[in-house]
Ligand binder design. Structure first.
Ligand code: ADP
Length: 711
């Protein structure tokens, strides 16, 4: 079956209708469609509409002859190659034939026409037409198939590109030359926190950290100028929620076929975690270095706080307790904003004045909070100005981490994000704890160093006082002996009474020396746990009377009057010699520091045992010294005004402690002092009795001390 496409059209152009009919008769057959035109103009009209296999055209026609018509047919692209067979009368000259070929004739048929010749010639062109049309169709089909394949491949690659773009683990975004975002993948939106719609309203400058914009614009210009092919750097975006996001960025420029810049392709990888980890490492290493470098606690804490402010928070406070004789607090506060320096100083003063600072610092649980002001409101007893100052510093999310060493709380680090919107996560808290550990170690080192320094200073002072004290009795001894020797060599008689007086004075100095050496030995015994009590039934009244008797000369030399009030007996199981020492030390001090005023001693029974009270009206003691005078080598007077080793009260307290008793002092400078010793009648927890002497033995250990003052 023949399709419409197989039909070949033949055009017959002749002004004689009979000629057309004759040709139609010769050529008509299935698969051939014959169209005819009576003139050249009609022929041209049909050529515009149809594609002919062959045109049979009479040469001689009125108005437009065959040659003219043929040359016009040839001017049209679609009919440029349509075969034209001229119909000529017999006997046409050569010129005419030549003209025909010049305008594109392919053949001539001479009238009268021979049907066989006509059909044979036309059949050749029809066949040619059909074949070339078939080839053309095949070409078309091939091209169409090719096109389809190309389109499918393009579609596939588009889909692949789309899928990779959307599922990429890195952020990809296109920007226009003016910085507007044109397109971005979901990961990019995730990194910056902006939705596609929101990002499309922005330029890259709007979400780039202000410090990074200029250098990036410069790089874009270099890309446009073809100075560089790609551009790679680490930069900061500002997340929609306000915090900084560190990214590793690679930018390249896409140009159109004419080489004009089309858009920038930004490939972005989130490296915030890595940068934070690096910052954390830097912070901790820096802190260790600072802490190792210096033992000046205040300066060190300031430096560490400064470091933390650079990488972890907007402002940092490190508060520590200071040990030593006057326990207090050290507070360092540093803010990232240098214009708030005076506010930080003010807040530091406020913190130092907080009445419950000890209680706040004693909290030993690390914690994070979204609102430091709210956390502080729960525990900080700040005054109005304090709160106002805190708000000026900014009190947003914070971490509060204790400083501690060997279970002992040393203080606290507070790291606050004042104005920067940021959340503190578990990694941040770990870093803060790590930092706190290093600071604790540094603080403890500084404390031990100062303690060691203090001990060395106290030892040196003691050695100088001790040598002075030991020398003091030696000088009069030396003078007495010299005098005696001079008299002996001069063979002068010494009256026995005079000799006795001199010897008594010598003996007093020897006793003084002995007492000093005994004190030193006692300290050494207490330190090594070798102070032992030999207990027996002792009457405290008797002990006090004995000691007072021995002080008769000193009392009169000092001009002190002694009043003793006591029960008849106050007995207990005690160490007599040690109790004598207690009374000697307290009474000796009362005479030494008593300014020649009366001294009152009371000895009385109590339900538990006995009480000794020695009151003087002398120089008295400052409130802040009351605690420390019971410690070793501690003195509250200048060594130039008063001799002494600062050991008497220390030994006294150790002896009283060993008896399970208590000692306390009440005093006012310029008014006088009263020392009160309470002793239980029987020593509890004492060591097994010494069978031979029938006495009890107790050892005072180095750490066996108990509170020295109680009621
Ligand atoms: P010292 O050898 O210095 O007297 P003590 O241990 O006996 O040593 O006393 C320690 C310090 O306590 C003295 O240096 C002095 O400052 C103070 N002190 C002790 N007793 C009295 C007192 N009765 N009046 C005033 N100060 C006293």
């Amino acid at each position: 079956m023949q399709s419409d496409d197989d039909i070949a059209k033949i055009l017959i152009v002749d002004d004689y209708r009979e000629n057309i009919l004759a040709l139609d008769g010769m050529l008509a057959r299935p698969g051939i469609e014959i169209l005819s035109a009576p003139s050249g103009v009609d022929a041209l009209r049909l050529v515009l509409k149809h594609d002919f296999a062959v045109i049979l055209m009479d040469v001689l026609m009125p108005s437009m002859d065959g040659f003219e018509t043929a040359s016009l047919i040839r001017t049209r692209e679609a009919s440029k190659h349509t075969p034209i067979i001229f119909l000529t009368a017999a006997g046409s000259d050569v010129d005419m034939v030549y003209r025909g070929y010049a305008v594109g004739a392919v053949d001539y048929l001479v009238k009268p026409l021979n049907p066989d010749v006509v059909t044979a010639k036309v059949a050749v062109f029809v066949d040619l037409f059909r074949k070339s049309r078939r080839i053309h169709r095949q070409e078309e089909a091939l091209r169409a198939a090719e096109r389809e394949r190309g389109e499918a491949a393009l579609k596939e690659s588009d889909a692949l590109y789309e899928a990779s773009f959307n599922a990429a683990a890195v952020g990809i975004a296109l920007t226009a030359a003016d910085g507007r975002w044109l397109r971005m993948n979901p990961r990019f939106c995730q990194i910056t926190g902006y939705s596609r719609e929101e990002a499309l309203e922005l330029r890259f400058q709007d979400i780039t950290h202000p410090d990074d914009v200029a250098s990036e614009v410069a790089a874009f210009k270099q890309l446009i100028a073809r100075e560089i092919d790609t551009y790679h750097r680490e930069k900061r975006y500002l997340h929609k929620e306000g915090h900084t996001v560190w990214v590793d960025l690679t930018v390249s420029l896409l140009r159109d076929p004419a080489g004009r810049p089309k858009h920038f392709i930004n490939v972005v990888e989130d490296i915030t975690e890595r940068r934070r980890a690096e910052e954390r490492q830097r912070l901790l290493a820096g802190a260790s270095q600072i802490l190792l470098r210096s033992l000046d606690r205040r300066a060190t804490l300031d430096d560490v706080a400064q470091l933390a402010v650079g990488s972890l928070c907007d402002w940092c406070m490190i508060a520590t307790t200071t040990g030593g004789d006057n326990p207090g607090y050290e507070v360092a506060i540093v803010h990232a904003d240098p214009t708030l320096k005076s506010t930080t100083r003010e807040f530091r003063q406020r913190v130092l004045g907080v009445p419950n600072l000890a209680e706040i610092l004693a909290k030993n649980q690390p914690q994070t909070t979204a609102d430091f002001a709210a956390l502080a409101a729960d525990s900080w007893k700040l005054d109005y100005q304090g709160w106002e100052t805190l708000h000026r510093l900014g009190a947003g999310p914070a971490m509060v981490v204790p400083l501690s060493m060997r279970e002992q709380v040393l203080g606290q680090i507070v790291l606050v994000a004042g104005s920067t919107p940021r959340k503190f996560g578990s990694r941040d808290l770990e870093t803060a704890q790590d930092l706190a550990q290093r600071v604790s170690l540094g603080v403890e080192n500084a404390r031990l160093y100062h303690q060691a320094q203090e001990a060395v200073r106290a030892r040196d002072e003691f050695l100088s006082i001790a040598s002075h004290e030991l020398r003091t009795p030696l000088t009069p001894l030396h003078i007495h002996f010299q005098r005696l020797l001079r008299k002996r060599t001069g063979d002068l008689e010494i009256a026995p009474q005079q000799l006795r007086r001199v010897l008594e004075r010598c003996e007093r100095q020897v006793r003084r020396l002995e007492a000093l050496i005994d004190n030193l030995l006692d300290v050494s015994r207490i330190s090594s746990g070798r102070l032992r009590l030999e207990t027996e039934t002792v009457d405290l009244v008797e002990v006090v009377q004995d000691v007072a008797g021995r002080f008769a000369e000193e009392l009169s030399a000092a001009g002190c009057q002694l009043q003793l009030q006591s029960d008849a007996t106050v007995q207990g199981e005690w160490d007599r010699l040690r109790l004598e020492q207690v009374v000697t030390n307290i009474l000796g001090n009362a005479i030494k520091y008593g300014c020649g005023k009366p001294i009152e001693i009371t000895v009385e029974k109590t339900s538990a045992g006995g009480r000794l009270r020695i009151q003087d009206y002398g120089i008295g003691i400052n409130g802040e010294d009351l605690n420390r005078i019971f410690r070793r080598f501690q003195r509250a007077v200048s060594s130039r005004s008063y001799g002494g080793l600062g050991l008497g009260l220390y030994i006294t307290r150790q002896i009283v402690d060993a008896h399970n008793g208590t000692i306390r002092v009440e005093s006012q400078p310029g008014v006088g002092s009263v020392f009160v010793v309470e002793l239980p009648r029987v020593l509890q927890n004492h060591a097994p009795s010494d069978s031979e002497s029938g006495s009890h033995r107790t050892t005072v250990t180095k750490n066996g001390s108990r509170p020295h003052a109680s009621n």
